[in-house]
Design a protein around this ligand. Structure first.
Ligand SMILES: O=C(O)CCC(=O)C(=O)O
Ligand SMILES: [Fe+2]
Length: 370
């Protein structure tokens, strides 16, 4: 029953939950489309010709070369799969992960609950709207100036682990299954994510648990991106080019809409959904630890004219106090260059949230030489 103890518990949770940054309030894109589906306000139009999505991006033949990693083979200790993982992280920074063991019902449960949430009237969704001091809740991120070009998307972001970081006031109560769905999904993604970090530790030539231990506390946040249909998909982006500030990111896509593109050899390569697969990418933390051997690749999301798209990104990242710098053994030889400075993770993350997402700007800022 609702009691003093529950309230006290919630307050206790909030007291230790950090804030990560803030974003300027901007219009709700879903509502813009609802009121006038045939018009895109000026603030969303890309000015630079080069940044505009092209039809050719959708047919790029590099797409079929994006590596696929079989998680079950990794778990069974297959050396060749570990070698494939090593190559995938070095050459692509992205891979599709199959046979991860997360039940289809759990994946679908998350998708259904999120879809229901975004279908609610805006007044209902705004019950969990972000406040001006943090980026948890329903709203937008990385909006830092009135002049910047905006992304054609709305989002719902929640920190799930460690559980004392949860801010329950931002957890939707409608649909009522949201909490259960995100919890069931996150437990599974945590299991898979921790295991992947162990394999990355191995390919870096370290003890299996070394990287996980370096996190002090593994933080896990789930970002649901909602990209409404857009009548000008060649002039508007769903999400601007960026790399993730995480250790790794695990992304669930919808089966039947392609939106994610990664930058490879100067081209934008679409990551076509494979039913039930999860897309994994190396984040900035692994790029820095590995002195740039493993790549936190720039990626973006394009929009679609005919329908909305949702994506579900889980970010795994270290505790604020962790100091991240290239490992000695990842710097080729004693005389060779350390590509990145030492950064306190909490500062790095907050710094990144203070600027618009702009390609590799965050990692570039952490570089020793330019
Ligand atoms: O929607 C997507 O496919 C990409 C989302 C993404 O890159 C992110 O949320 O960081
Ligand atoms: Fe991303």
């Amino acid at each position: 029953m609702g009691s003093y103890t529950d309230v006290a518990l919630i307050h206790e949770e909030v007291a230790v939950a950090p804030t990560f940054g803030s974003s300027l309030p901007v219009p709700n894109v879903q509502e813009i489309v609802k009121s006038d589906p045939l018009h895109v306000p000026e603030r969303y139009l890309i000015k630079n010709q080069e940044d505009m999505p092209k039809d050719a991006d959708h047919t790029c033949n590099l797409s079929s070369e994006i590596p696929t990693i079989d998680f079950s083979l990794l778990s069974r200790g297959h050396k060749e799969e570990l070698t494939k993982l090593d190559l995938a992280c070095k050459e692509w920074g992205f891979f599709q992960m199959v046979n991860h063991g997360v039940a289809t019902e759990v994946l679908q449960g998350m998708k259904d609950a999120a879809a229901k949430f975004f279908e609610l009237p805006v007044e209902e969704k705004n019950k969990v709207a972000m406040t001006s001091d943090d980026i948890q809740g329903y709203g937008h991120a990385y909006v830092v100036s009135e002049e910047q070009i905006l992304d054609w998307s709305d989002l719902l972001f929640l920190i799930v682990y460690p559980s004392q970081y949860r801010k329950l006031k931002f957890w939707p109560t409608t649909p009522e299954e949201y909490k259960e769905a995100i919890e069931a999904y996150s437990i599974e993604v945590k299991r898979v994510g921790e295991e992947l970090i162990r394999y990355i530790s191995l390919i870096m030539g370290m003890e299996k648990d070394a990287l996980l231990a370096l996190h002090q506390e593994l933080v896990q946040g789930v970002l649901v991106n909602y990209y409404p249909p857009c009548c000008m998909p060649d002039k508007v982006l769903g999400k601007s080019p960026h790399s993730d500030t995480s250790t790794i990111t695990i992304l669930m896509q919808e089966d039947n809409v392609t939106g994610l593109q990664i930058r490879k050899e100067g081209e934008w390569v679409p990551v076509k959904p494979i039913p039930n697969a999860l897309v994994v990418n190396v984040g900035d933390v692994v790029e820095i630890w590995s002195n740039g051997k493993y790549k936190s690749i720039e990626h973006r999301a394009v929009t679609t004219e005919s329908r909305a798209r949702l994506s579900y990104a889980t970010f795994l990242f270290p505790h604020d106090d962790v100091e991240v710098e290239p490992f000695d053994h990842m710097v080729e030889s004693p005389g060779s260059l350390r590509m990145y400075k030492k950064v306190r993770y909490g500062d790095y993350l907050r710094q990144s949230l203070k600027r618009k997402m702009e390609g590799k700007a965050h990692t570039d800022a952490a570089k020793t030489a330019s």
